[in-house]
Design a protein around this ligand. Structure first.
Ligand code: FAD
Length: 395
């Protein structure tokens, strides 16, 4: 009888309200447990913010990545290399091969295995986390974000990498294209590793591609080897890898004509930094961090540092009760300002070379050495001297 008195619309609202009240509600939900998600979680949890992290993968999980870290990472993470308990390989120099010459240069940085690194960061955050593939994101009548009708929160942080569902559902698509990669990290005995290595001293070997639109790498991590190629334009990656593979096989300490283990490479594109991306980092209590925002260093593709940096800036703004400050703080951060300069230099030089046309490359040993030095500096997380000035000049 009572049921008849309630009109269907009111009934629907009551049911929806009851449903919403049944849904576990958090202050913040983070989608993605990579370095950006776990760094964000660590700060939110420490600040007493009731946080849930959702990742579709069960950790530890494989993530395609060279695992190279530049030294500023420790400061951003708030730990010293000694406090990082999994395996860590430090490098002090880098061998850069470019236009047929080898340059051995001072450099500074670390290698990790992402399988271990991401798991370490996630555990360290002490966040409540659940294995869940996020598909549907809606906002309810109280202004809370509702995920797949199962979880609800005031703040939603998209840390789901290149195909982050938060970015896809709530933010415009970035208009610059994804880079291309081919990579493999495999465990082998000493002979197997040596057969794929150019170089014997355990330091990273980098092959800068002749057109400077990408590079290949070869990095030993104990009994593991990480090898691969990355190119600014995705379709260039397969021919680039074919050349790089031949280079590493021809120069290996145990020469081989064709190494079967290098057949099955895997690819995963991601978006490099573009100053325009910064404008899309937040809207309506939803935030993007790391690869979900497209922040990787515009020339080297270093993505872990900007991922944890954006996570820290975002989480700190939320924890301080000024979430709207995230965008401005991110834009003003010295590392991001440096990326802006590099992006302006890159855009300016692209225009310059377009005007110049496809003139044949004139060999210059000095120019090649300077280029290799610039890369060694960037691999070490150093800012380029005069980059602001050059950006203003040609950007
Ligand atoms: C081949 C290759 C080599 C690289 N080498 C380096 C390097 O040496 N050094 C460096 O600094 N950077 C490198 N990068 C870039 C670096 O890997 C990324 O920039 C970095 O991982 C970004 O971290 P993130 O936390 O933003 O995203 P990710 O590490 O991609 O984490 C995203 C997480 O979100 C989860 N997720 C995705 N979709 C969903 C969903 N629908 N629901 C729930 N969870 C979801 C994923 O399972 C994943 O755990 C490399 C990238 C590639 C592809």
């Amino acid at each position: 009888m009572l049921f008849n008195l309630i009109n269907p619309f009111a009934l629907e609202i009551i049911l929806l309200y009851t449903d919403m009240n049944d849904i576990p509600t958090y202050d913040a939900i983070i989608v993605g447990g990579g370095p950006s998600g776990s760094t964000c979680a660590s700060i939110l949890v420490k600040s007493g913010i009731n946080t849930l992290l959702l990742d579709r993968a069960n950790f530890p999980r494989v993530k395609l990545c060279g695992g190279w870290l530049s030294p500023p990472i420790w400061n951003v993470l708030g730990i010293s290399p000694d406090e990082y308990t999994p395996r860590l390989w430090k490098f002090k120099r880098v061998h850069i091969h470019f236009h047929g010459r080898k340059y051995t240069l001072k450099a500074d940085g670390y290698f990790v295995r992402r399988y271990e690194f991401d798991d370490f960061l996630l555990k360290r955050s002490r966040v409540q986390n659940t294995e869940h593939n996020v598909r549907q994101i809606e906002k309810d009548s109280e202004g809370y974000w509702v995920i797949d009708n199962q979880f609800r929160a005031k703040y939603l942080i998209g840390a789901g990498g290149t195909h982050c569902p938060v970015a896809r559902s709530l933010f415009p698509k970035p208009d610059n294209l994804q880079c291309g990669t081919q990579e493999k990290e495999f465990e082998g005995d000493a002979d197997e590793i040596a057969a794929c290595r150019a170089g014997e001293d355990g330091e990273p070997e980098i092959l800068l591609h002749d057109d400077m639109k990408g590079y290949s790498w070869n990095v030993p991590k104990g009994n593991w080897l990480n090898i691969g190629s990355g190119t600014l334009i995705a379709r260039d990656v397969l021919p680039a890898w074919t050349k790089a593979r031949k280079f590493f096989e021809d120069n290996a300490t145990i020469p081989h004509s064709s190494i079967p283990i290098l057949e099955k490479m895997k690819g995963h594109g991601y978006v490099f930094f573009n100053t325009d991306h910064l404008a899309q980092c937040q809207a309506n209590n939803a935030f993007l961090i790391g690869d979900a925002l497209g922040l990787a260093q515009p020339m080297t593709g270093e993505g872990i540092l900007p991922a944890v940096l954006s996570a820290k800036v975002c989480a700190t703004a939320i924890a301080e009760g000024v979430p709207e400050a995230y965008k401005e703080r991110l834009q003003k951060h010295p590392i991001i300002k440096d990326f802006k300069n590099l992006h302006a230099i890159q855009t300016g030089s692209k225009k310059f070379f377009k005007k110049k046309g496809d003139k044949p490359y004139k060999k210059s040993w000095l120019r090649d050495r300077i280029t290799a030095k610039v890369f060694a500096m960037m691999f070490s997380g150093k800012q380029l001297p005069g980059s602001r000035f050059i950006a203003k000049l040609i950007g």
